[in-house]
Design a protein around this ligand. Structure first.
Ligand SMILES: [Zn+2]
Length: 431
C-alpha cells in the first residue's frame, strides 16, 4: 500500500502553506521529518528521489466532522474503508461522530471503537479521533459522563444528528467545556419542522414542507445566549447552512465569545436549485439552501467568519438511501472529494491557496490540538502532505470513491485536482 523511505527528496514542486506559495522548490525528508526546503537540494545517492514537477505539495488535511460508523455499523462503513477514503482524499486525521451503535457515551464504547480502528489506522497512517455524546444514548435527556470521557481522550462533545433542545443540558455541556477545555459541537436544529429539503424546485415538485433556516439559526441564537454565562466554554456550530446563522456567529465572535463554525464542501458547491431529481445523495442535514446562502457561505469562508471546512461524511448503504426523498436517510459522503472542491474554489477565485491550506488543514488541526503533527510544511516538522495535479479537471466517478458507501452528491460533477500521492512521515502512498 505504501513505500517507506528513511530519506527522500521531492524535487521541483510547487509548495503551498498557510503563509506563502513557493512556485518551485525541493523538499527533503529524513526519518519522517522535514529536513530542508530549498530552491535546489543535491540528492545524496542513498535518498529516494520523487519528481514533483508540475505538481503542488500542501499540508495533508484534517476533517473534523466524519461519521466513521465505528463501532457497529459495518453495513455503512468500516474502519478500513473510512480511513482509506480519508487517505485518498489527502486527509491525515479525522474526528469521528458518536452516533454509532452503541452511542459513544462511555469509555467502554471508546475502547470498543479503538479496537476496531487500530489496524486501519496503522495501515493507512490516518489518525481517527473520537467525540463523546452530549447526552446519554443521544436521547437529549441526561448528560453523558463528560469528565470520564475527557480523561479518556475524546476531543469534543456532540449529539450530531440531533440538536440539544433542553436549555439545562446545554448549560451542563458548557460547564463541562469550561472544566475540560473541550469544545461543544452543536448540530443546530430545533425539531418539529417536518422538512427534509429547503425551499427549492425539487422540494416544490415533491410537495413536501420546506426545512426552514430558522430551525438552525434559532438554536444557534439560543446557544449563544446561554454561552454568555460560560465565558470560558468553547461553542462550535457544525455544518452551517444559512446566512442567518453566519450573522449570529459573526456577532458572537465580535463580542469575544469562544464561538467557531464550519461549512461542508457540498454547501459550498451546490444550492437547492442544483439538486438532481431522484438523486437522494442530495438529501442531507442540514439541507442545501438557496443561491444567496451558497454565496454567503463562500464569502464567509474566505473572510474568516467560517473557521474551516468539514465534510460531514455520512455513508449509507444503497437500501437506506433509495430514490425517495421522503424516506431516504440523510447524508452524503465527502472525504474523497473535499480537497478537489476546495481546489476548484481556488480556480474560481473564491479562496487563495493560503486560505485553502488554513481551512483544509491548519485551522482544524489547531481546533483539535494536533497542530504539531499536521497543518504545515516547514523544517523540523513531521511530514504530513498531499501531492496534487491541479491541471486535472475530471468528472467524479465511482472509481474515485473508496468509502464502502457510494452516496456522494458529487458523482458526475467536474472537479479540479487529481490527488497523486500522500506523504505521512517516512511513508509514500502513491495512487
Ligand atoms: Zn449534523
Amino acid at each position: 500500500m505504501y513505500h517507506a523511505y528513511e530519506h527522500y527528496v521531492i524535487k521541483n514542486v510547487e509548495l503551498w502553506t498557510e503563509r506563502e506559495v513557493i512556485s518551485q522548490c525541493d523538499v527533503e525528508i529524513q526519518h519522517g521529518r522535514i529536513k530542508a526546503i530549498e530552491k535546489h537540494i543535491s540528492v545524496p545517492k542513498s535518498a529516494h528521489l520523487i519528481d514533483g514537477r508540475g505538481f503542488t505539495l500542501l499540508p495533508a488535511g484534517v476533517d473534523p466532522q466524519v461519521h466513521l460508523r465505528v463501532p457497529g455499523q459495518a453495513e455503512k462503513e468500516t474502519a478500513g474503508t473510512g480511513l482509506l477514503a480519508a487517505l485518498r482524499g489527502g486527509i491525515a486525521a479525522v474526528l469521528s461522530m458518536p452516533n454509532t451503535k452503541p452511542t459513544i457515551d462511555s469509555t467502554e464504547v471508546c475502547e470498543a471503537a479503538v479496537l476496531e480502528l487500530e489496524e486501519a489506522e496503522h495501515l493507512t497512517g490516518v489518525k481517527a479521533y473520537l467525540t463523546g455524546s452530549i447526552t446519554q444514548s443521544l436521547k437529549g435527556k441526561a448528560a453523558a459522563p463528560y469528565k470520564e470521557l475527557a480523561d479518556w481522550g475524546v476531543k469534543a462533545f456532540t449529539d450530531d444528528g440531533l440538536g440539544v433542545v433542553d436549555d439545562d443540558l446545554m448549560r451542563s455541556a458548557f460547564e463541562a467545556s469550561e472544566l475540560t477545555g473541550l469544545p461543544i459541537l452543536q448540530h443546530a436544529e430545533f425539531p418539529g419542522h417536518g422538512g427534509v429539503l429547503a425551499a427549492g424546485p425539487v422540494q416544490e415538485k415533491l410537495g413536501i414542507p420546506a426545512y426552514p433556516a430558522a430551525a438552525e439559526a434559532d438554536m444557534v441564537a439560543r446557544d449563544i445566549h446561554i454561552l454568555k454565562d460560560y465565558p470560558k466554554a468553547r461553542y462550535h456550530v457544525l455544518h452551517v447552512s444559512a446566512h442567518e446563522t453566519l450573522e449570529l456567529v459573526s456577532a458572537a465572535k465580535a463580542e469575544g465569545l469562544h464561538v467557531s463554525c464550519e461549512v461542508t464542501p457540498h454547501h459550498l458547491w451546490f444550492s437547492s436549485d442544483e439538486i438532481k431529481d431522484e438523486v437522494t445523495s442530495f438529501k442531507m442535514n442540514p439541507p442545501l439552501r438557496g443561491p444567496s446562502d451558497k454565496r454567503a457561505l463562500r464569502k464567509a469562508l474566505a473572510d474568516g467568519t467560517i473557521d474551516f471546512v468539514a465534510t460531514d461524511h455520512a455513508p449509507h448503504e444503497a437500501s437506506a438511501k433509495g430514490q425517495n426523498f421522503k424516506t431516504s436517510a440523510f447524508g452524503t459522503t465527502g472525504l474523497e472529494t473535499s480537497l478537489r472542491v476546495l481546489l476548484s474554489l481556488v480556480t474560481e477565485g473564491v479562496l487563495s491557496p493560503q486560505r485553502l491550506v488554513q481551512v483544509f488543514s491548519s485551522r482544524p488541526a489547531r481546533f483539535l490540538g494536533i497542530e504539531k503533527d499536521i497543518g504545515d510544511i516547514s523544517i523540523d516538522r513531521p511530514m504530513a502532505a498531499v501531492l496534487v495535479n491541479r491541471e486535472s479537471r475530471e468528472e467524479v466517478t465511482e472509481d474515485d470513491l473508496f468509502s464502502l458507501s457510494k452516496n456522494s452528491c458529487f458523482l458526475g460533477e467536474k472537479l479540479d485536482g487529481k490527488i497523486e500521492s500522500v506523504f505521512l512521515a517516512d511513508r509514500y502512498y502513491q495512487f
